[in-house]
Ligand binder design. Structure first.
Ligand SMILES: Cc1ncc(C[n+]2csc(CCOP(=O)(O)OP(=O)(O)O)c2C)c(N)n1
Ligand SMILES: [Mg+2]
Length: 678
């Protein structure tokens, strides 16, 4: 804990109102100093936050990652000064007053919006409205699931959320609220900052929604209180804790509460109050202290909260030490997968190289998952209502149901965005490795939360099947074209597009081992031959199987011609088969030596050293083949290369007809080669 705490002595009895005013003052002063930020929300919600922290929340700033802590999510992330003020007041080691004075400056812990990993105790990144509340649903679900496994004695905490009008207007909130209500996530308590103001002015400009009725309809326990009546807020939290359902506490508040002239106005939402109004606010709330000065007695009252949390943590540690669940719980929270998972995947690859198994990569993924899920129970699967298309469930996976959280398969419903956010929450909570499926095309719907998986560096695994025109008859609405480019453009995201069952198992292994990075597995609907044995260099040895995970380098030479390469064909996923066929045709019909490079993961290939990349790509002209948009491929094919792929949207027809129609065939690749090199 902050060393300042030890020196503090209680001077006088401090009211919670004074404690709340400390938040107000720190928020308005930090925003003023930065000349940027959002004072209105922290000032409006200061009373609610004070009651929550002073009377209820169990966190220990000296052990911010203690597994059974309550989770606090500031979904209305623009009000980040509320969180930073709380952290300073509670005494988080890394949140000294200097950090508040450097609000929103480069390298400070006090980024514009709360960023996971930038400061201790920030449970998730928020700012894109609606993400926080939806991520919190995943956290609350993970809490129930972990409790079902390890017992209420060790896992028993609440997830508290502060959400604004914006969070509840965003579509993702509908998905999250519905899912939480259905699953009866009783440890989830959401405070709605019901100030009826957003940026453009009163919310009546754009909504007539009866929010309490909406939550009730989704199965929530709902209360409405005056958000400045601290006793009423406390009573509501107590009632919410008792409920067997998730709770909404609608808190009627005034934005910018305390500011005598601007309070209640959208003008306080996202701009400094200005020196005159700040002086008037000090007068109005009776805050006689200089900017960034918090008197000792008020600081002491806040630090006492931290001591209560520390005591709760110590008690928990004693229970843990005496529990037979200690080792399993600690190992689950550490998130380390046992070696047996990777041994099983190695055996899986050996078996299927030998059998030359020909299946769709979505099927290969299901088969690999069979091996993975049988050797660890850390993985929890799910799908956005496409379980039997994504092939995400394996034998013996029981479903999660309301009041029954012992299973490990989540029917997320038709809620791609909510699923992605919930998976972020599950990963952030700890104890599980979440994966979830939908069609690749609907990555668009999940995108907001996928971006946060990447930004936060969470091990979330997206199983995205039906990855191209290869899905056939469902047509252009379902056929992704631009999605690979979009996903590859996302920093810190591994996009895997395996070509066969062997690469699929390799890519699963890499995704599971990427502890600080999400992965997308891009998988085919149509069957694909096993390519490794027939064309890899190892085919020339006695032992076709290799322990080496060749996908781990992102790209590798699948087929090297005996003669000096005249062309290098680079492909991913289902188009690797086409590249191989084209290479054979070029050799037999035209005596052109063609190498084939399989490139299941651009990101990992980029991470290889220059020599390896050069050896793989070669110096001959290159042709890339992918049934998707060209965007990005020029990086690999260079100025002298060519691209065989999609130039527009797909069409509705059987897949083989589409490949012919869009000219993604061995013949087309051979023709492109001749054009390029002759
Ligand atoms: C997805 C998304 N869209 C838009 C914004 C920009 N934005 C930030 S705050 C805000 C208004 C939020 O209103 P409310 O939640 O009522 O906050 P309050 O003004 O009450 O603090 C908007 C539109 C955003 N952060 N995220
Ligand atoms: Mg508002």
């Amino acid at each position: 804990m902050n060393s300042q705490a030890a020196a503090l002595k209680p001077v006088a009895a401090v009211s919670e109102r004074d404690m709340a005013n400390a938040i107000r003052a720190l928020a308005m002063d930090s925003v003023q100093k930065a000349n940027s930020g959002h004072p209105g929300m922290p000032m409006g919600m200061a009373d609610v936050a004070t009651v929550l922290f002073s009377r209820f929340i169990n966190i220990d700033p000296s052990a911010p990652n203690w597994p059974d802590r309550d989770r606090f999510v500031l979904s209305a992330g623009h009000g980040s000064m509320l969180q930073y003020a709380l952290h300073f007041l509670l005494g988080y080691d890394d949140m000294r007053i200097e950090e508040l004075q450097r609000f929103r400056q480069l390298g400070s812990r006090t980024a514009g919006h709360p960023e996971y990993g930038h400061a201790l105790g920030i449970e998730t990144t928020t700012g894109p409205l609606g993400q926080g509340i939806s991520t919190a649903v995943g956290m609350a679900l993970a809490e129930r699931m972990l409790a079902a496994r390890h017992g209420a004695d060790l896992v028993d905490h609440f997830t508290y959320v502060i959400a604004g009008d914006g969070c509840l207007q965003e579509g993702i909130s509908h998905e999250a609220i519905d899912l939480a209500g259905h699953l009866k996530l009783s440890r989830l308590i959401v405070f709605w900052d019901d100030n009826a103001i957003s940026i453009d002015g009163p919310t009546s400009l754009s909504t007539s929604m009866d929010q309490p009725a909406r939550f009730k309809a989704a199965g929530w326990h709902v209360q409405s209180v005056d958000g400045h009546d601290m006793e009423a807020v406390a009573a509501a939290i107590e009632a919410a804790q008792q409920s067997d359902r998730p709770s909404l506490i609608a808190c009627r508040t005034m934005i910018g509460k305390g500011a005598p002239n601007l309070g209640g106005s959208e003008k306080t939402h996202g701009a400094p109050l200005g020196d005159a109004e700040i002086a008037a606010t000090r007068e109005n709330i009776g805050w006689a202290y200089a900017p960034f000065e918090v008197p000792d007695d008020i600081l002491f009252a806040w630090r006492e909260i931290a001591e209560r949390g520390q005591a709760a943590r110590h008690a928990w540690e004693q229970r843990l030490a005496a529990s037979p669940q200690r080792q399993p719980l600690e190992s689950a929270v550490a998130g380390n997968l046992p070696d047996t998972v990777f041994e099983a995947l190695g055996a899986f690859r050996k078996e299927h190289v030998e059998k030359a198994t020909k299946v769709a990569t979505r099927k290969a993924s299901e088969m690999a998952l069979g091996a993975i899920n049988a050797t660890t129970d850390l993985t929890v699967g799910g799908s956005a209502d496409l379980t039997h298309s994504n092939l995400t469930i394996t034998k013996g996976m029981d479903r999660i149901a309301p009041d029954d959280y012992a299973g490990r398969y989540i029917h997320y419903g038709i809620r791609e965005h909510g699923m992605a956010a919930a998976m972020n929450g599950i990963a952030l909570h700890g104890g599980f490795v979440p994966y979830g499926g939908t069609f690749l095309c609907f990555a668009d719907y999940a995108r907001g939360a996928m971006r946060l998986s990447a930004l936060m560096g969470q091990r979330v695994i997206y199983v995205m099947t039906h990855d191209s025109i290869g899905l056939g008859e469902d047509g252009p609405t379902h056929q992704p074209v631009e999605h690979l480019a979009m996903l590859r453009a996302t920093p810190n995201l591994n996009v895997f597009r395996p070509a066969d069952i062997i690469e699929t198992a390799e890519c699963w292994e890499l995704a599971l081992k990427s502890k600080n990075r999400p992965s997308v597995l891009v998988l085919s609907r149509q069957n694909l031959p096993m390519l490794r044995q027939a064309h890899s260099v190892e085919a020339h040895s006695d032992e076709p199987h290799s322990d080496e995970n060749r996908s781990s380098q992102g790209a590798y030479i699948l087929r090297e011609p005996a003669e000096h390469r005249a062309v290098t064909l680079i492909a991913t996923g289902s188009e690797v088969e086409i590249a191989v066929a084209a290479a054979e045709r070029l050799e037999t019909e035209h005596r052109i030596a063609a190498a084939v490079v399989s490139m299941p993961c651009w990101e990992l290939f980029e991470e290889q050293d220059a020599d390896y990349r050069k050896a793989v790509l070669g110096s001959a002209p290159r042709i890339a083949i992918e049934a998707a948009a060209r965007l990005g491929w020029d990086r690999w094919i260079g100025d002298t290369g060519a691209f065989v792929g999609m130039a527009g949207f797909g069409a509705s027809a059987p897949a083989p007809d589409l490949y012919r129609h869009f000219d993604i065939t061995p013949e087309a690749v051979a023709a492109a080669t001749l054009k390029l090199i002759i």
